[in-house]
Design a protein around this ligand. Structure first.
Ligand code: NAD
Ligand code: TYD
Length: 355
């Protein structure tokens, strides 16, 4: 069986991707994750008892360790999910974003190039480095602007998106200059099981269930294009298997919603699923709070390239994906309490000014 090195595979999207690959026996996974506050071994469903899953705790910026892993495991593919991923945290403290997203990705590229240059055919031609990125690198759209395509110029506005943009440029340069067979995916906002409740949808679900305020930034009319996480993982797999080296692929749900539309949908589903709740209607918990500095107004993805070249389309609608997501949080109360650690409580206190 071939081996894939997956970084950040204990986080939200990475763990959904690893579970998907493991469940279908597509590849043996070497999962390199630093286990920051966002990484959680509970995401991985008995990670140590599966012979086709090797978990390694470590930093993508640790060059000796990455070099050793590449030589030891001889992966055919590197998929880089590892990142600091939360815009609000990047505003509060950008340093780890530069360290992991820029310097860490650079380091991973250097070691991957060195490894790839030492490979013999046919391994050399089969090798791929897939970098998982975001639509936020394109900046903010006005209400009537066309959606982001792969040709939209980069215009990142937050320390998070700037750090991801820098990494994307390095990936591009490693292909252009050294010929490393890279692929880059730029995806819209994800939601689904195992997302850390600092992001909009899981925060609203968990606050709603416990009757806490639902903090909506500004006027609540910022627009995001939402995609269910398993659809994103399926897209990454098709890009890995059929994408052209050196290319970038935009991935999106074709599902633009204002934040208030998202929050109202979460509330009405919780109303239905928890008819006995004393907090019904949950929409009464909405509380408008101070806006995020530099808050991007609208993101939208034109996914025509991945659709026409690789035949990918999302399977879930927002309604079906959100229902699955809320069910998952309702059924996984141990997971929820395990991540609501002191660090999480501290972030919520600091950011929203409440306990
Ligand atoms: P996440 O924050 O849930 O997970 C990130 C993972 O990376 C964690 O497991 C963390 O422990 C690990 N990590 C952090 N620093 C590391 C380091 N130096 N070395 C090794 N591991 C490290 O993030 P996510 O939402 O799963 O996002 C994964 C990737 O997808 C990121 O690159 C992000 O930019 C991108 N992305 C996310 C979204 C989204 O909506 N969440 C959308 C598009 C793209
Ligand atoms: P988020 O999930 O942080 O993703 P991103 O900033 O990467 O798009 O936020 C999604 C949207 O929801 C964004 O417009 C900010 C908004 N938001 C709130 O209104 N309240 C919140 O508590 C959070 C976390 C986000």
């Amino acid at each position: 069986m071939k081996t894939w090195l997956v970084t950040g595979g204990a986080g939200f999207i990475g763990s959904n991707f690893v579970l998907r690959i493991r469940s279908r026996g597509v590849a043996r996974i070497v999962n390199l994750d630093l286990l920051t506050y966002a990484g959680n071994l509970r995401n991985l469903d008995a990670p140590h008892s599966d012979p086709n899953h090797v978990f390694v705790r470590g930093d993508i910026g640790d060059r000796e360790m990455v070099r050793d892993l590449l030589v030891r495991h001889q992966p055919e593919t590197v998929v880089n999910f590892a990142a600091e991923s939360h815009v609000d945290r990047s505003i509060d403290g950008p340093d780890p974003f530069i360290q992991t997203n820029v310097v860490g990705t650079f380091s991973l590229l250097k070691e991957s190039l060195r490894y790839w240059q030492g490979l013999e055919e046919p391994s050399r031609s089969a090798f791929r480095f897939l970098h998982v990125s975001t639509d936020e690198v394109y900046g903010s759209l006005g209400p009537d602007d066309p959606a982001f395509s792969e040709r939209t110029p980069y215009a990142p506005n937050s320390p998070y998106s700037a750090s991801k943009a820098a990494a994307d440029h390095l990936v591009r340069a490693y292909h252009h200059t050294y010929g490393l067979p890279t692929l880059t995916t730029n995806c819209s906002n994800n939601y689904g099981p195992r997302q850390f409740p600092e992001k909009l949808i899981p925060l609203m679900i968990l606050n709603g269930l416990s009757g806490k305020p639902l903090p909506v930034y500004g006027d609540g009319l910022n627009v995001r294009d939402w995609l269910y996480v398993e659809d994103h993982c399926a897209a990454i797999e098709v890009v890995l298997l059929g994408g052209r080296p050196g290319e970038t692929y935009n991935i999106g749900g074709g599902c633009e919603l204002t934040n208030m539309e998202v929050v109202r949908s979460v509330c009405s589903l919780i109303d239905q699923l928890r008819p006995e709740s004393p907090h019904r209607p949950h929409s009464s918990l909405v509380s408008f709070v101070k806006d995020r500095p530099g808050h991007d107004r609208r993101y939208a993805i034109d996914a025509a390239k991945i659709q026409s070249e690789l035949g990918w389309r999302p399977e879930e609608t927002f309604e079906t994906g959100l229902r699955k997501t809320i069910h998952w949080y309702l059924e996984n109360t141990d997971w929820v309490s395990s991540i609501q650690t002191g660090e999480y409580q501290e972030w919520i206190r600091k950011h929203y000014g409440e306990s």
